[in-house]
Write a protein that binds this ligand. Structure first.
Ligand SMILES: C[S@@+](CC[C@H](N)C(=O)[O-])C[C@H]1O[C@@H](n2cnc3c(N)ncnc32)[C@H](O)[C@@H]1O
Length: 278
């Protein structure tokens, strides 16, 4: 890939504006926490969540299905593909089991670096630092839109060995960014990881539930949270140059379902996929 576009490069004179807690406005991590039944949210987040649920009572099921898919993705990466290092960007407010807890169930030596740009996630990061003694976890207050800044963090390098395979997990976060940002960001991050590394995604879509997603998208937008849904082909594009694991890009309910409650397609609003860097 050619040099990263200028907006992607770290620039100390042009930082992304520092975010404060801004509890007066809804924030994606806290609306999601509310939908998952968490307690780390404020009235503006609950109001946005309630408006969404009024239009679409299935929103809570869809959020839980997305989180459950993250569990299966992590387990498959560790169990089937032998991944022992994870870089999880857009981590969200801790909700047990967190990614490291699932990975370390497979091998306690797994190492995980978590990254999020929401100060409330930072405030709860302690819950992500409960590694087994054999493994390690770290939390970086970082921004997906600044991949080179994330990649330059000392804590990343003391936790992960970037000469060995790493799984980059971007779970339920890319739908906040338009194509012109999302594709180059993923490409830049994968470029920094060695052969044998994995990209694991869940990405919002309107394919399965167009009307419900139109409601949800409008509610998020009304609350000041921009969002972009993608078709299956658009999600497959993230895996260009990678070897797609079976069954390819599939709706979250169809991606290696476990024996939990079976969901119909219209109850999920995300595609999932795993790809290996050759
Ligand atoms: C819907 S939550 C998903 C949380 C978690 N990955 C999951 O699936 O349960 C999206 C998360 O991405 C984070 N996020 C959004 N934009 C981000 C960015 N530019 N950099 C880092 N994190 C970001 C939000 O703060 C939020 O915590």
């Amino acid at each position: 890939m050619s040099e990263a576009p200028s907006w992607m490069r770290p620039d100390p004179n042009d930082p992304i504006p520092a975010v404060d807690l801004r509890t007066d406005i809804a924030h994606s991590a806290r609306v999601y926490d509310y939908l998952l039944g968490g307690k780390d949210n404020f009235p503006a987040d609950r109001e946005a969540g309630e408006k969404l649920l009024a239009d679409w009572p299935g929103a809570r099921t869809a959020a839980r299905a997305a989180r459950a898919c993250m569990h299966r993705i992590t387990r498959r990466l560790a169990e089937v593909h032998g991944v022992r290092q994870f870089l999880d960007i857009g981590t969200g407010i801790p909700t047990a089991p967190n990614l490291h807890e699932i990975a370390q169930e497979v091998d306690p030596a797994c190492r995980v670096v978590y990254v999020d740009n929401d100060p409330i996630v930072l405030a709860h990061a302690r819950a992500l630092l409960t590694s087994t003694p054999e493994g390690r976890t770290a939390y970086l207050d970082g921004d997906l839109r600044r991949p080179d800044t994330i990649l330059a963090q000392p804590a990343l390098h003391t936790t992960l060995d970037l000469t060995r395979p790493v799984a980059l997990t971007l779970i339920n976060v890319l739908h906040f960014y338009p194509d012109e940002e999302a594709y180059p960001l993923v490409e830049r991050l994968m470029q920094a990881l060695p052969s044998g590394s994995f990209l694991a995604l869940t990405v919002g879509t309107a394919d399965s539930a167009p009307q419900e997603v139109a409601y949800a998208a409008r509610r998020y937008r009304d609350a000041g949270i921009e969002n972009y849904q993608r078709t299956r082909a658009e999600v497959e594009r993230f895996f260009t140059g990678l070897e797609l694991d079976e069954p390819g890009v599939a709706l979250a309910n169809r991606w290696h379902p476990d024996d939990g409650p079976a969901l119909d397609d219209h109850e999920v609003i995300a595609y999932a996929g795993i790809g290996r860097k050759p």
